[in-house]
Design a protein around this ligand. Structure first.
Ligand SMILES: [Zn+2]
Length: 331
């Protein structure tokens, strides 16, 4: 179900007033951490979501271009958050370096993926890779491209989901992959599958989030079900309780160039290896790859809704992961 935007905003105004009048409301939500999925645009979970978005999309991160000090600062911030939440690294370190190949004559630089894991209660079986990319476009002509939607929003959603999975353990291992150098051709994700930190045949699926916070077009898209039809009932079932409009598509060859998103973000690297994927993202908006992609342009209620949908979808996928893993293609 989807609430009209105006209604949601009105509800949040009432809730804000209630919070001012009664501090105990904040206390209750802070204790539950919003685990029920209930809440409004002004509750503690949404506040934390937006605080994290503002932190990762801050000017001090200098646009997080791969190989720059700004990207290193963003990486330190992400690792700090993971440590605070209590998520362990996958392997000896959170940092998984790789070489970024440049097309120009300039020398290759180093990229670094950040990879963590929450172990599932089953103690084995396939793993789910939940991904987003933390790099963006850096500084151009003196302007900082903060990439709040692209893709600080996906990274922050991963952190929120990690926080919740620490309390509500998944059945299967969930790998949190914060990829670098997506903007230079999915290079972090390609390095991950080329030199995987866990056996590739144990990855049951990739759920990739890239641009999940802007509601300009009023909907969150789910791409990938045309390639992996068994995932559609799961994504539809999760959509039944969603507070944002969920649409399916952007994953077939008959679309005009640019509208088939099969290879337009990091999930493309998994798909190329025959690993089933679902991608969540919004339509391009006026600030797409512009300096105006700023955190203050994000509607907190919409962003909270996409986060809740991603979590609901993850739980469904987790429950069906052995069956999904059997749908792997031989590339
Ligand atoms: Zn992106």
């Amino acid at each position: 179900m989807c609430f009209p935007v105006g209604c949601t905003r009105w509800t949040s105004m009432v809730a804000a007033l209630a919070l001012v009048l009664c501090g105990a409301v904040v206390e209750v939500d802070a204790q539950s951490g919003g685990t029920t999925g209930a809440g409004t645009a002004t509750d503690a979970t949404t506040s934390r979501l937006m605080q994290r978005l503002h932190a990762l999309a801050a000017d001090s991160m200098e646009g997080r271009r791969a190989g720059t000090p700004g990207a290193a600062r963003a990486r330190r911030w992400l690792i700090g958050e993971l440590r605070t939440i209590g998520v362990e690294p996958l392997g000896a370190s959170y940092e998984h370096p790789f070489v970024i190949r440049t097309r120009s004559a300039s020398p290759d630089t180093n990229g670094v993926n950040v990879v963590a894991r929450i172990k599932g209660t089953a103690g084995g079986g396939p793993a789910l890779v939940l991904s987003a990319h933390y790099d963006h476009l850096g500084i151009r002509n003196g302007e900082i491209f903060n990439g709040a939607d692209d893709d600080a929003s996906g990274c922050v959603t991963l952190l929120m989901i990690a926080e919740r999975l620490m309390r509500e353990r998944p059945t299967h291992d969930v790998i949190f992959a914060f990829f670098d150098a997506e903007e230079s051709g999915l290079q972090g994700a390609r390095a991950f599958v080329a030199n995987p930190p866990l056996p590739l045949n144990t990855i049951g699926m990739n759920l990739n989030l890239d641009m999940v916070s802007r509601q300009d077009a009023g909907a969150l898209w789910v791409a990938g079900t045309a390639h992996y039809p068994l995932l559609k009932p799961l994504a539809e079932a999760a959509a039944a309780g969603a507070r944002v409009t969920i649409r399916f598509g952007h994953d077939t060859k008959d679309l005009k160039p640019g509208d088939d998103w099969t290879n337009s973000s990091d999930h493309g690297a998994f798909h190329a290896r025959g690993i089933p994927f679902l991608y969540l993202g919004v339509e391009d908006h006026p600030d797409y790859h512009k300096a105006g992609d700023e955190a203050h342009k994000v509607d907190p209620a919409f962003f909270r809704g996409t986060m809740e949908y991603a979590y609901a979808l993850l739980r469904r996928v987790d429950a069906a992961l052995p069956e999904i893993a059997r749908a792997r293609r031989t590339p």
